[in-house]
Design a binder for this molecule. Structure first.
Ligand code: ZN
Length: 277
């Protein structure tokens, strides 16, 4: 899939743009499984039950990650909602910088998983392979419809080569194992896909609208630090912008939309009453 830029902010201007942006965000996203990550140019928007969603991927002309946005629900770091918010942050950051078919370098090395449809591996499962063959597989992904996640059933057993790669401990394992952290095996995939072992990456975090509080931002910065442990950060290229935002959950948006509609109707009624006639 071609890596294309998405610049929704440039599509509209001024107050109208703000209103449209709010409405676009408020439109319910297509039903998603887990923390689904739609492909390039996707609109953000949390699906029911999501812990977070990463969206609005953009890439450089060379196909390197340039920016992405992660949206978190309100109180995503509340223990009752999420026992391991750092895991979520690292997981979403990995989506943001690598695990999407948006980037040609990564997508070009996806192959059909040998043995998919059997052994508990879903039909349509894809694998990231360094050489296009089974013996180059570094990561087995779930089918496209389930997002760009590691397949928890593909744990290195046959028919895959025994790589020592335990996908149950992969940061992209969608079950979000408590205590799971970015590890060397995860890093190896991005090193291979993007050559970051040589080039590194500098991640700038942008707190969209100041919606994340200081404690939230500490989690984001800790996630970035985890990435920096594998790739030297300062002065590297590309500079990757990770926009993070805390947004109301869908039910809240619906409630707000109803409120806005009611307000509009109320204003219209008042306007009509005020008109002599
Ligand atoms: Zn995910």
């Amino acid at each position: 899939m071609a890596a294309s830029s998405s610049k929704p902010q440039a599509m509209f201007g001024g107050a109208l743009g703000s209103v449209l942006a709010v409405v676009m965000l408020a439109l319910p996203a297509a039903p998603a499984t887990a923390d689904e990550n739609p492909p390039v140019a996707s609109l953000c928007g949390l699906g029911a039950g999501n812990t977070a969603v990463t969206c609005l991927f953009t890439a450089t002309p060379a196909g390197l990650p340039f920016s992405a946005r992660t949206e978190y629900p309100d109180n995503f770091d509340a223990p009752a909602n999420n026992p391991d918010p750092l895991n979520t942050a690292e997981h979403e950051l990995f989506h943001a910088i690598g695990f999407t078919a948006a980037y040609n370098l990564f997508a070009a090395r996806l192959i059909a998983t040998p043995g998919a449809g059997a052994n508990g591996i879903p039909a349509g499962s894809r694998s990231y392979s360094t050489n296009g063959a089974a013996n180059g597989i570094l990561l087995v992904l779930t089918p496209q419809a389930q997002g760009t996640h590691a397949d928890p059933a593909a744990n290195g057993a046959a028919p895959w080569p025994v790589t020592g790669y335990n996908q149950n401990n992969d940061i992209m394992q969608p079950s979000q194992v408590v205590g799971n952290r970015l590890n060397a095996s995860d890093a190896a995939v991005l090193n291979n896909a993007f050559g970051w072992a040589a080039t590194g990456i500098q991640i700038n975090v942008v707190n969209v609208g100041g919606t994340l509080d200081a404690a939230d931002m500490q989690i984001m910065n800790n996630a970035v630090a985890a990435v920096n442990a594998f790739w030297p950060a300062v002065g590297k290229s590309p500079v990757f912008t990770w926009s993070v935002a805390e947004v109301p959950e869908p039910a809240t948006w619906t409630f707000m939309l109803v409120g806005i509609a009611s307000l509009g109707a109320s204003i219209r009624r008042r306007t009509q009453r005020a008109t002599p006639g």
